[in-house]
Design a binder for this molecule. Sequence first.
Ligand SMILES: *Cc1c(COP(=O)(O)O)cnc(C)c1O
Length: 406
Amino acid sequence: MTKERTPLQSLAGTRSVWGGEEEYLVQGSTQVPVVHSVSFGYEDIDTWHDVARGERTGHIYGRNSNPTVDAFEEKVRLLEGAEAATSFSTGMAAISNVLFTLLSPGDRVVSIKDTYGGTNKIFLEFLPRFRVEVQLCDTQDHEAMEKEIARGCRVLYLETPTNPTLKVVDLERLARAARRVGAIVVVDNTFATPVNQKPLELGADLVIHSATKFLGGHADALGGVVCGSKHRVQQVYHYREINGATLHPMSAYLLLRGMKTLHLRIRQQNQSALAIARYLEEHPAVESVFYPGLSGHVHHVIARKQMKDGYGGVLSFALKGGLEAVRRFLPRLRYAHLAANLGSVETVAGPPRTTSHVECTEKERQAMGIPEGLIRYSVGVEETEDLLFDLKQALEAVENIRAKTS
Ligand SMILES: *Cc1c(COP(=O)(O)O)cnc(C)c1O
């Protein structure tokens, strides 16, 4: 590919389609190939040596790097507007590799109570074993978080919107507090995606994605990715190449292909989620709706400030009648997989007690403000009207039963 290229303006949507691919196309192919080769050979021992030492670009061994995987990283890097990106076998691998790269015994982490279930396990079960102090704050209380940050910490770890009650934290405000004490700010941007939210522009040092969700978008490949400055990403990459949580080239290809429609999917999902949240808010069988796009959401103003194009494709709502109502409602949904995933082209629904918070007891879920009647609803790319109708008929069934038994 030696064509002369004038750099053009590119908006997120165009980057989703073209970003990061050109360099990897071979022999006129228009799609990035899946390179399954585990190792890469060199005729000349001096070139081999230079590549191995990182003094020349190229690949040596599949645990370290691979062309298909590189193309995936490059596309995410462009979408997040980062200097560098590196990838992982899963989102959890990305999260644990970042934390174990940055933290040493005696360090302190400040985070929120509402992080993803697996992340929460790392904070409560694994980090303390390595004498890392973890302070989890009330996700809604920014003043308390600022106080904890001011006491000093090595890492501030945030996620917004959160799972499953869609709480929102002010990234710019908390990143400012972190800067004052020299803390590294890490943000899990899985729920928002770079189409809606760019944490690096708001003061984050590292942005993490479970690419399994919206980036891939088709629920057919696991993956994780971390973006940030060259220096920080290199540190994390070095830990990962030794730790071995490498993204598989076939998964990298599937994620890369999925990302070409990221902006179209997110646009549709933003729009449907807002319409559905507004509809549910008015429904007599629904007790409460959690979605940052609703003007009644506690932190709608913060969400409006830091989320540009929309509020994401995930919402949750609690049914009147608790778990019994959930049992009746869910199987009646025609257009939703009842499963433990989100961010896919198909709508996916499920209660936290079998998905994100399966490890918790009912009491623990209550303490976290998760009602037993809660349903997490990840909006797919189906027609908004069909999803509204589907919810309407499933809710009617619940209402009929309630009317009969009362
Ligand atoms: C799913 C998810 C993860 C974990 O990703 P995996 O790819 O399943 O390991 C991390 N953070 C958030 C917000 C998620 O939704």
